[in-house]
Design a binder for this molecule. Structure first.
Ligand SMILES: Nc1nc2c([nH]c(=O)n2[C@H]2C[C@H](O)[C@@H](COP(=O)(O)OP(=O)(O)OP(=O)(O)O)O2)c(=O)[nH]1
Length: 129
């Protein structure tokens, strides 16, 4: 089974986290942490910063590795490095998603996360997040 290497941003603003709804493809409608596939030679964090600029037109900083999710979808394996970070420059715009929503940390189940993201959400709800 092929493996997709993805970097995702857990963008934090106080008690809120940014959730993005996929607007196209087989997982359209599901909510995720914005990000995308690593390009050759990139670190996870470099890919995260690039993808967030491309998708949302903002620069993220203060990246801190939070978790790497290993998840088997029916047709591929997902290896997803997730970084907590914050917006340090720019204003949010929608390019790759249909909606954005700031979700309170204590109400993360308010949106329907993609299956691989549930592990991240559970960890964010835990005492050490
Ligand atoms: N960015 C992101 N992708 C996720 C998350 N959870 C999850 O299962 N995925 C999956 C969806 C996609 O199959 C893959 C990410 O790839 P991607 O964002 O480049 O999406 P894509 O293949 O549709 O992109 P593209 O080549 O059309 O630009 O990982 C998440 O929280 N963030």
């Amino acid at each position: 089974m092929k493996t997709l290497h993805v970097a995702a941003a857990i963008i934090v603003d106080g008690n809120r986290i940014l959730a993005a709804q996929r607007g196209y493809g087989p997982m359209a409608g599901g909510w995720e942490f914005p990000g995308g596939k690593l390009e050759t030679g990139e670190t996870g964090w470099e890919a995260c910063v690039r993808e967030i600029r491309e998708e949302l037109e903002v620069t993220v900083g203060d990246g801190c590795h939070f978790v790497t999710v290993e998840y088997d979808y029916p047709d591929f394996h997902l290896s997803m490095e997730c970084f907590t970070c914050r917006i340090v420059d720019g204003t949010l715009h929608l390019h790759a998603h249909s909606h954005l929503r700031w979700v309170q940390k204590d109400n993360l189940q308010a949106v329907h996360w993609l299956p691989a993201d549930l592990e991240v959400v559970e960890k964010l709800e835990g005492p050490l997040a």
